[in-house]
Write a protein that binds this ligand. Structure first.
Ligand SMILES: N[C@H](CCC[C@H](N)C(=O)O)C(=O)O
Length: 287
């Protein structure tokens, strides 16, 4: 049987979405890496599966894999695409619908303009929940990276995020500092690394080095993480427009006890199928 999929994106963060409602998804990490290769496979930042929910309060569940074949606990741009995919399949009604992410329930709502609004849950700042092992000064951590100390904020949105404030996001050392922080021993499960420039109290610019992927055009959970960290430092208001290289998201956080709300688009690119031989091929990039 060929593997059918939909290619989708959320402001340039791109996904292969696989329907695993009837038959379980069985590809291993090596096969996922091959499909994620932009030259030998299809190419994606994340592979998403749509599955039956185990939590009775949720209508469906979704799984998330990075291009390196590792699993992720949350994907903000991905959950909007999952909602749009379910809507196209006639599975999503009006109002809020709860979906089961790998790190617990989130709620999605289709808006009249075609965008999707998501309750991403509460940000979790406790170091053990991120997880992060480092000395803190308030909510600022100093970690050793390649022989020097880097100051950053950190939060879990169901997946681990570090946030570095920069003066000019265009000049941020994303490709150098990103992987160094991702693999720093202070983050035992590695992390996604955001670089944020504050434009005003209601607008930031953000680039994200994603765990297991590299720099992407956008990261939804990263946008929520950035607003949560900066709001906690009282540097931004509750409602923030987050400009990423691939487009813009609206993020709102009213503070402790409230979930982070994210709103943005979800787009279909094409539907396709992969021959079993391709999924099982041994040809792939060497590095
Ligand atoms: N692109 C996703 C994040 C993927 C997270 C993944 N890279 C990890 O936590 O390992 C987003 O829009 O939130």
């Amino acid at each position: 049987m060929p593997l059918r999929f939909s290619k989708m994106h959320g402001i340039g963060n791109d996904f292969v979405v696989v329907d695993a409602r009837a038959a379980p998804f069985t590809l291993d990490a090596a096969a996922i890496r091959r499909l994620g290769d932009r030259h030998f496979g299809v190419g994606f930042d994340q592979l998403l599966t749509i599955e039956p929910a185990r939590d009775p309060s949720c209508s469906f569940a979704y799984g998330i894999w990075n291009t390196d074949g590792t699993r992720a606990g949350q994907c903000g741009n991905g959950v909007r695409c999952v909602a749009a995919w379910l809507a196209r399949a006639g599975e999503l009604g009006p109002g809020m619908t709860r979906l089961e992410s790998p790190s617990g329930p989130v709620a999605v709502e289709l808006c009249d303009d075609g965008s999707v609004r998501v309750d991403m849950g509460e940000p979790r700042f406790a170091p053990a929940e991120i997880p992060l092992v480092a000395d803190a000064q308030g909510d600022m951590y100093a970690i050793d990276v390649a022989g020097r100390s880097v100051e950053l904020g950190a939060v879990s949105m169901g997946n681990p995020h570090a946030l570095v404030e920069v003066d000019d996001v265009a000049a941020a050392p994303v490709a150098v500092l990103g992987p160094q922080v991702e693999y720093a021993p202070a983050f035992p499960q590695r992390c996604n690394v955001g670089f944020a420039e504050i434009v005003s109290r209601g607008a930031i610019r953000l680039r994200v080095w994603e765990r297991g992927v590299g720099e992407t055009l956008a990261c939804g959970s990263g946008a929520c993480a950035a607003v949560a960290v900066l709001r906690r430092r009282a540097k931004v208001d509750a409602m923030v427009r987050v400009a990423l290289p691939g487009g813009e998201l609206e993020v709102r956080w009213d503070g402790p006890g409230h979930p982070v709300w994210m709103r943005g688009p979800a787009a279909f690119v094409f539907d396709g199928e992969i021959a079993p031989a391709t999924a099982a091929a041994t040809t792939t990039r060497k590095s």
